[in-house]
Design a protein around this ligand. Structure first.
Ligand SMILES: *[C@@H]1O[C@H](CO)[C@@H](O)[C@H](O)[C@H]1NC(C)=O
Ligand SMILES: *[C@@H]1O[C@H](CO)[C@@H](O)[C@H](O)[C@H]1NC(C)=O
Length: 358
């Protein structure tokens, strides 16, 4: 785009110079236009997507991003209205068998919501050609792929849009040590920490943002992976940095840690300084009308509010952690930002403050 604009400016200037110069400029412009249009129309024949007749190609907003609790709009706009048609919105679930997950079916007059997503869905109807879907109060599980389908009985067509929940991935390990969770238990512990099991793409994004973790954990699809930024012999060898994969594992018998995912919280977190035992920390929070924070709460505050507190504090699961956004020598010493952990100390030790949430 920039190149194009520059050329146009150049033509303007060219008018007041010699005609030879003008010709040269026109030649450049023409060849530039040719390249541009041929680039538009030369998708490989085998993979050429069917050209849409009714729906606008989703070039601009192919991915919509929101945080938990936000309202978002998944755009779907008609270019031509057939005389009779319906629009059907569905959430696509790869690997899912059984009935499809319909959210909304509408025609020119009315619309009908379906399923648990339907309760939070409405059509935007910003103008006569608008079939965009609004989703309110986003939840962690809402991330994924959505399809807007125009059904007119002759040539149905659809577009696909992905919804990404902006959030943070955190590894979670049992207080009894490494690799204690079956898949189902991993799912449960993530929920207990205000999260869900992360998807592969959430783990991948977390790796691009700096997550380096040398313990394998379950993901939502039943596969087991871990992200490595600094390759080292103990963590999959000296190969390239990246996601190390164990592939799919036995959900009932194999045991690993968990990679949980969470997003913005509606409450807020605060630190009470002191030398508390676990029980005293519980009480300290209660006195403020709050409760000990969950691991997910602390990660969300670190991710979204750049929460930084150089003091270990009790959390509700009995672990002691602290969030660092500005890494410095005297706060754990690590060069990267992150939530640091002291593991699960003896609950009777009077050593730590309290992270409260309300
Ligand atoms: C989201 O939409 C709901 C209704 O659908 C509305 O009550 C709420 O205020 C909206 N929230 C935001 C943050 O816009
Ligand atoms: C915690 O510490 C107390 C006092 O030092 C000790 O009696 C107790 O056995 C310890 N608990 C565990 C689980 O180690």
């Amino acid at each position: 785009m920039t190149g194009h604009l520059n050329l146009l400016n150049f033509t303007g200037a060219g008018r007041v110079t010699s005609s030879i110069m003008n010709c040269a400029v026109i030649l450049i412009l023409t060849s530039s236009c040719l390249t541009w249009s041929s680039a538009m129309y030369t998708p490989s024949r085998a993979a050429a997507p069917k050209k849409l007749m009714y729906l606008l190609e989703p070039l601009v907003y192919a991915e919509v991003v929101g945080r938990r609790g936000d309202n978002v709009t998944l755009p779907c706009v008609l270019r031509t209205k057939p005389s009779h048609y319906k629009v059907k919105w569905t959430k696509l679930e790869p690997g899912h068998v059984g009935p499809e997950n319909i959210i909304m079916i509408s025609n020119a007059q009315a619309c009908k919501p379906y399923g648990h997503l339907g309760h939070r869905a409405s059509l935007r109807k910003a103008h006569a050609m608008d079939a965009s879907l609004q989703l309110s109060h986003l939840e962690l599980e809402d991330s994924g792929t959505y399809r807007c389908e125009l059904i007119n009985g002759i040539e149905d067509e659809n577009i696909v849009i992905s919804l990404r929940i902006e959030g943070v991935v955190f590894p979670y390990q049992s207080k009894n040590g490494r690799y204690k969770y079956t898949f189902h238990e991993a799912k449960e512990v993530c929920a207990q920490q205000d999260g869900t099991l992360a998807s592969y793409s959430q783990l991948f994004r977390a790796w691009t943002e700096g997550l380096d973790w040398c313990n394998a954990g379950w993901l939502r699809d039943g596969t087991v992976h871990y992200p490595i930024i600094h390759p080292r012999p103990a963590c999959g060898g000296e190969m390239l940095s990246g996601i190390r994969s164990y592939g799919p594992k036995d959900k009932n018998h194999d045991r690993f840690d968990a990679f949980c995912f969470t997003s913005k919280t509606s409450g807020s977190i605060s630190y009470i300084s002191g030398s508390f035992s676990f029980d005293q920390a519980v009480k300290a929070c209660r006195r403020q009308g709050a409760e000990l924070a969950l691991v997910g709460h602390l990660y969300a505050a670190w991710r979204f509010q750049k929460y930084d507190q150089c003091d270990g504090g009790w959390l509700r699961d009995g672990s002691v952690r602290f969030p660092i956004s500005n890494p410095r020598e005297r706060c754990g010493g690590l060069p990267e930002a992150g939530v640091r952990s002291f593991g699960f100390p003896n609950k009777t030790m009077h050593l730590y403050g309290a992270y409260c949430y309300r």
